[in-house]
Design a protein around this ligand. Structure first.
Ligand SMILES: *[C@@H]1O[C@H](CO)[C@@H](O)[C@H](O)[C@H]1NC(C)=O
Ligand SMILES: *[C@@H]1O[C@H](CO)[C@@H](O)[C@H](O)[C@H]1NC(C)=O
Ligand SMILES: *[C@@H]1O[C@H](CO)[C@@H](O)[C@H](O)[C@H]1NC(C)=O
Ligand SMILES: *[C@@H]1O[C@H](CO)[C@@H](O)[C@H](O)[C@H]1NC(C)=O
Ligand SMILES: *[C@@H]1O[C@H](CO)[C@@H](O)[C@H](O)[C@H]1NC(C)=O
Ligand SMILES: *[C@@H]1O[C@H](CO)[C@@H](O)[C@H](O)[C@H]1NC(C)=O
Ligand SMILES: *[C@@H]1O[C@H](CO)[C@@H](O)[C@H](O)[C@H]1NC(C)=O
Ligand SMILES: *[C@@H]1O[C@H](CO)[C@@H](O)[C@H](O)[C@H]1NC(C)=O
Ligand SMILES: *[C@@H]1O[C@H](CO)[C@@H](O)[C@H](O)[C@H]1NC(C)=O
Ligand SMILES: *[C@@H]1O[C@H](CO)[C@@H](O)[C@H](O)[C@H]1NC(C)=O
Length: 743
């Protein structure tokens, strides 16, 4: 009993320590190889020091001036000294001159900086303040197409007590007055009008000031007039970006394109301007999702907040807080608290110290023995065993198909997770090749980190895959939850990914046009099945060429369901974090954070383009404007030189009409508006139609070369005979159904 309790306590502290380690590195605030600070002041992207470090807009250029020996940041175009920049808040603090009127030893009539035409505006977090008495201070502005005039009046009345009684000065209309400013103010003039008061101060002055700063500062003063000792006052500016998401994040790609697919917490962006698309020039505002913080204008700038550590959680006893990626959860701790108390009391009252020492030695030995078993049980729980059990209870998981492997079995199968056995490394983990004792070759996926969010993804994948039975979807054989990180066991797909064949020189392998079409049709069929034919819609959410595997007969197998969602499980799910891989990501989804079946269609469209052109979805070897394959494709379509980018092999083997059909289909899949994209079912049917036409032409080519045209005209847009095979999960291959065609 005691052993059990103590080992519980030890394991629990171990678990807490493990979780505490999770958040370690600080996320970047500036672009790689760029200065992130000037003196003590952080310079977050889109601001930056030096060429290439700020966004493509020189209003955001910062000069770090060290001529005084004290590095000070300035906005180059406005020459305003920068005190603070907040990327997440979209604000920055700069110094603002005080406008003096008739004050000895002070410059006359200085005005605040004119920010018209810049991406900056004075924030309503400022307050207009005037000091002195017997006058009215006015701000006038004729900018932005409207004219405003506003101000405040400051009286002289010595009978009014200007201290609130505790030595703190206040700004209450006597010797000092304040007024709010309108929003979107980018330029204004300050002027003073004498009041008819008998007494008046000779020196008056006014300034715009950060309300929060002023409250703190004024509280420190016994006499508000002492503020005139300063030349400059902090003022808050709002900054706006008139850029698209691709412009902002596209520049990041120059440094490292792979970061897109591997980083888990992504910023989410909104653009404000109803009549512009993602590629238009709209005001862009990005934020790190809930449960994370950092610089949302850098792709990997957002980092998980450890809510448990910073106390931002709502778990109350007896629940304990466990931090996740971009969130946290409340869990029951192992039942150890009250029994521990009991033990202590028991020891205190009954046992002697010597006995305790002896006992401890004995316990130590026993704990060691039981620890291994306990760890396995603990990991099972930690790895979502409970979650899985819940899903089992709810009937979500098809139990018969899922085998629970034990850890020794898989360790042996993978030769203790030998580096030589690594098949690939993805966003969620490492995949090893293994051989089970019965001789079966399997692929074992090991999660990268012990992290709540990723574990949820693993369980998610188990639940999703257990419900899918399709010949073009990778089969899940089982899982193992007793190890430190959970393991998934799949059928082994020997020929690798289509990415390898498309983008890595592989002399021996002939990736023919016919094969490309077949793979496209197979993937489309599988997705169509997932979207509509399975019990309820399942969205893959990460379709890309590296997730399409080829088996020994070069048949396509769709893999990696870690981020997939079945609509029935997650009906109300509206994510704030955009999952997916850059280059394949539906722009509409990126904007709205709402994943639809059409988002998979978009990603599939990109894969179609890769098959057609042999080009990568994002390539650093292409010039920046056409770095993305979709833009490259649109560009060549507009210029009517589509055939310039079609893969040489495809051009050689394919018939122009068929290539055009596929290109047109891809074009429809890549429509900016999800509504106008075809459904996956329509895509699958169209591909099957094209495939049949190609096969038929290959068979007839020798004898009737001209038949091609006639046949294409005869076949309707949707070949009804092919519908069945794709909906039924593909019981007939296109070759089987070929004889049915009326040729
Ligand atoms: C700024 O100048 C001082 C003295 O001239 C020097 O010690 C310091 O290293 C400089 N800092 C930077 C960032 O150049
Ligand atoms: C600051 O901006 C001006 C133009 O506004 C430009 O000529 C100058 O080169 C910039 N300074 C630096 C250090 O880039
Ligand atoms: C400020 O005053 C100057 C001179 O009278 C005028 O040219 C300018 O347009 C004024 N600025 C604004 C924003 O009203
Ligand atoms: C005076 O102002 C200070 C600072 O704002 C505040 O802490 C204090 O309570 C105020 N005293 C009275 C009597 O209002
Ligand atoms: C100002 O008012 C406070 C109470 O509100 C009082 O305690 C204090 O003595 C007054 N100071 C003067 C200079 O009248
Ligand atoms: C300016 O200040 C002087 C005294 O310093 C005073 O005589 C004069 O009336 C003031 N002028 C205005 C316009 O307030
Ligand atoms: C007010 O005084 C406190 C304590 O002296 C200081 O920490 C704080 O920075 C001051 N506030 C301002 C705005 O100067
Ligand atoms: C505050 O300071 C100004 C100028 O320094 C002075 O004229 C005024 O009498 C002072 N007021 C109080 C209440 O001490
Ligand atoms: C790009 O990122 C990957 C993984 O995040 C890393 O291994 C690689 O070194 C990076 N490359 C460069 C040039 O930074
Ligand atoms: C769309 O934006 C342009 C300028 O950005 C504007 O001229 C036009 O009136 C806007 N159209 C609508 C319908 O809001």
């Amino acid at each position: 009993m005691v052993v059990k309790l103590l080992s519980h306590v030890i394991l629990f502290t171990l678990l807490l320590r493990l979780l505490a380690v999770a958040s370690s590195q600080k996320p970047p605030i500036a672009k790689p190889n760029c200065q992130s600070h000037c003196g003590d002041i952080e310079i977050p992207y889109p601001f930056g020091i030096g060429a290439g470090c700020y966004i493509d807009d020189d209003w955001f250029q910062i000069i770090c001036d060290n001529s005084t020996g004290n590095p000070t940041p300035f906005l180059n175009r406005t020459n305003l000294e920068v005190l603070e920049i907040s990327a997440e808040g979209g604000t920055l603090k700069v110094t603002n001159p005080i406008t003096f009127s008739n004050c000895s030893n002070k410059p006359i009539n200085r005005q605040t900086a004119n920010l018209e035409g810049s991406p900056f505006a004075y924030s309503t977090k400022n307050v207009f303040t005037a000091v002195g008495c017997g006058f009215m201070a006015t701000i006038t502005s004729n900018s932005n197409g409207y004219s405003i005039s506003s101000g405040c009046k400051s009286d002289c009345d010595i009978s009014i007590n200007k201290s609130n009684g505790t030595g703190h000065s206040v700004c209450n209309g006597v010797d000092c007055c304040q007024t709010a400013i309108p929003s979107f103010l980018s330029a204004f003039n300050t002027s003073f009008q004498r009041d008819d008061d008998k007494t008046r101060s000779s020196c008056n002055y006014a300034f715009l000031v950060d309300r929060e700063w002023f409250q703190g500062y004024a509280n420190n003063l016994t006499n508000i007039s002492a503020i005139s000792d300063r030349d400059n006052i902090p003022v808050v500016l709002e900054w706006n970006m008139f850029h698209s998401t691709t412009e902002v994040f596209g520049t990041f790609l120059e440094v490292n394109a792979t970061v897109w697919s591997d980083d888990p917490i992504r910023p989410s962006c909104d653009s404000y301007n109803d009549n512009s698309s993602v590629y238009g020039s709209s005001r862009l505002e990005c934020t790190c999702g809930g449960g994370s913080e950092g610089n949302p204008y850098l792709l990997d700038g957002c980092q998980d907040i450890n809510e448990c550590e910073v106390g931002k959680h709502s778990c109350s006893e007896p629940l304990v807080c466990v931090n996740y990626r971009a969130g946290y959860g409340c869990f029951y701790p192992p039942k150890s608290k009250s029994p521990v108390k009991a033990i202590i009391i028991g020891i205190g009252s009954g046992l002697g110290f010597l006995l305790l020492l002896l006992g401890a030695w004995w316990l130590h030995k026993l704990i060691k023995k039981t620890k291994a078993i306990k760890r396995k049980k603990k990991f099972f729980k930690q790895n979502g065993g409970i979650l899985l059990e819940q899903q089992l209870a709810a009937g979500e998981v098809n139990v018969e198909k899922i085998k629970l492997f034990n850890s020794q079995e898989l360790e042996m199968a993978t030769d203790h997770f030998n580096i030589d056995r690594i098949l690939g490394q993805g966003g969620q983990g490492t995949v090893y090749k293994g051989m089970l004792t019965d001789g079966r070759i399997v692929a074992v996926k090991k999660s990268k980190l012990v992290d709540g969010g990723e574990i949820a993804q693993f369980i998610n994948e188990i639940v999703i895959l257990s419900q899918i039975n399709h010949r073009n979807v990778v089969k899940l054989l089982g899982c193992c939850l007793e190890t430190e990180v959970p393991l998934l066991v799949y059928e082994f797909i020997p020929k690798g990914t289509i990415y390898q064949y498309l983008h890595k020189e592989n002399e021996e392998f002939l990736f023919t046009w016919e094969m490309r079409l077949r793979i496209a049709a197979e993937v489309a069929g599988a997705l169509s099945y997932l979207h509509s034919a399975a019990g309820f819609p399942i969205y893959h959410r990460d379709i890309k060429s590296t997730n399409i595997l080829l088996d020994d007969k070069y048949r396509a197998k769709v893999a990696d369901f870690g981020t997939s969602r079945s609509v029935s499980i997650d009906q109300t799910h509206l994510t704030t974090i955009v999952h997916g891989t850059f280059g394949y990501l539906d722009p509409e989804y990126f904007q709205s954070s709402q994943f639809t079946d059409k988002s998979d269609v978009y990603s599939f469209g990109v894969v179609l383009l890769e098959l057609l052109t042999g080009e990568k979805s994002v390539s650093l070897t292409r010039s920046p404007e056409i770095r993305g394959l979709v833009t490259y494709f649109n560009f060549t379509m507009e210029e009517n030189r589509l055939f310039d980018i079609i893969d040489a092999r495809v051009k050689e083997e394919g018939v122009t009409e068929d290539i055009l059909s596929v290109a047109n289909l891809a074009n429809r899949c890549l429509d900016m508006s999800g509504k106008r994209r075809p459904t996956m079912k329509e895509v699958a049917m169209e591909l099957e139609r094209i495939q049949k036409s190609v096969n038929a032409s290959n068979n007839l080519q020798q004898n009737y070369d001209e038949v091609e045209y006639v046949r294409n005209e005869v076949t309707g847009p949707w070949d009804v005979t092919s519908t069945g095979s794709c909906l039924a999960g593909g019981t007939t291959t296109s070759k089987d159904s070929l004889p049915l065609l009326p040729y």
